[in-house]
Ligand binder design. Structure first.
Ligand code: A2P
Length: 324
């Protein structure tokens, strides 16, 4: 095991970004149930010390401010040489997914983060909501049809203005990506989606690979212990057996598996030992047999409600265009 910040995190080159930009495959996730700023700040500083350089936030997570304070502190302490060494992602919330609100929303996120630019700005969901409210889940009466073309044009403008180096989407089906690609002058660099051994996203991964779109896995460990998460991933007997045989933890098996699928991933941990453990996955590999066993795991989508109203199966079908 590597010591201190000697961990080497591989990077992936982002298509369609301003300049040659690359993204560390492993990021620090900040989607938590009850955001505690002090805990988050301490964890970010520990993560930076360990070698993390990629940080994932969103306006809706309520974590931008604390992450920004931690980054400012890390720069002041000289834990990182300059802002350029970091890769910071944030996301446009649904109530701002209207053409005239995209740039102001990004500026607000930059203000929260105390940054001049983001590395990546994502459309959080393919859903627009009535402006002015941050509600989760969004009430049915507040959902309005998204003007994909104009919202994407505004996202492109964000990149042209230098407010972000790259743009992308989150929770987009193949069909919805196809639609964006049909008119985009800057195609999305990334699609961030739920992905773990229980929800492997095989079709989406192939689709994105063929179009030079990087997939980022959120909830790579099944978000155990959160309001939206499941224990199924961390309690999987298949993963337990593989972990035991490899002398690794279940979390490491999950993350290594995602890495071997060619995706990037943003596990959330505010615990130093687990942050370290999640980094220690780049100098070993799963066997063919392990990969085969994982490919046989029964698939079950964890996030059933999404941003919309309570578990209406029709809504879920529509959101994912039947790609379930
Ligand atoms: P903690 O923050 O206490 O480490 P996901 O990344 O899928 O959203 O999952 C997040 C959950 O998984 C959190 O509850 C986090 O707890 C836990 N977690 C993160 N890394 C590990 C690990 N290496 N082993 C066990 N649990 C982990």
């Amino acid at each position: 095991m590597a010591a201190g910040n000697e961990y080497h995190i591989p990077k992936m080159v982002l298509g369609s970004s301003t300049g040659q930009r690359s993204m560390p495959v492993l990021g620090f996730g900040t989607a938590a149930d009850s955001p505690d700023s002090a805990v988050l700040k301490t964890a970010v500083l520990e993560a930076i010390n360990l070698g993390y350089r990629h940080f994932d936030t969103a306006f809706a997570y309520g974590s931008e401010q604390a992450l920004g304070e931690a980054i400012a502190e890390a720069l002041k302490l000289g834990l990182v040489g300059s802002r350029d060494e970091l890769f910071v992602t944030s996301k446009l919330w649904c109530s701002d997914a209207h053409p005239h609100l995209v740039i102001p929303a990004l500026q607000k996120s930059l203000g929260n983060l105390q940054l001049e630019y983001l590395d990546l700005y994502l459309v959080h969901w393919p859903v627009s909501a009535r402006p002015g409210k941050l509600e989760l889940p969004i009430k049915e009466e507040d959902v309005v049809p998204m003007d994909f073309k104009s919202v994407w044009k505004a996202m492109e403008e964000c990149q042209r203005l230098g407010l972000t180096k790259s743009i992308g989407v989150s929770n987009f089906s193949c069909k919805k990506l196809d639609n964006i690609l049909s008119f985009a002058t800057i195609p999305p660099s990334v699609n961030q989606v739920e992905m773990n051994p229980m929800w492997q996203q095989k079709k989406l991964i192939e689709f994105c690979k063929a179009r030079n779109i990087i997939v980022t896995a959120y909830s790579p460990l099944g978000a155990k212990g959160t309001r939206w998460g499941t224990n199924d991933v961390m309690d999987s007997q298949v993963l337990k057996d593989i972990a035991l045989a490899r002398g690794k933890t279940i979390a490491q098996v999950c993350l290594r598996w995602i890495y071997e699928q060619g995706a990037t991933f943003v596990p959330k941990s505010y615990n130093k030992e687990r942050l370290k453990q999640n980094l220690d996955i780049f100098d070993w590999q799963l066997t063919e047999d392990d990969l085969h066993k994982i490919s046989q795991i029964r698939q079950k989508k964890m996030i059933r409600v999404g941003v919309l109203h309570a578990s209406d199966p029709k809504t879920l079908e529509e959101l994912w265009d039947g790609e379930l």
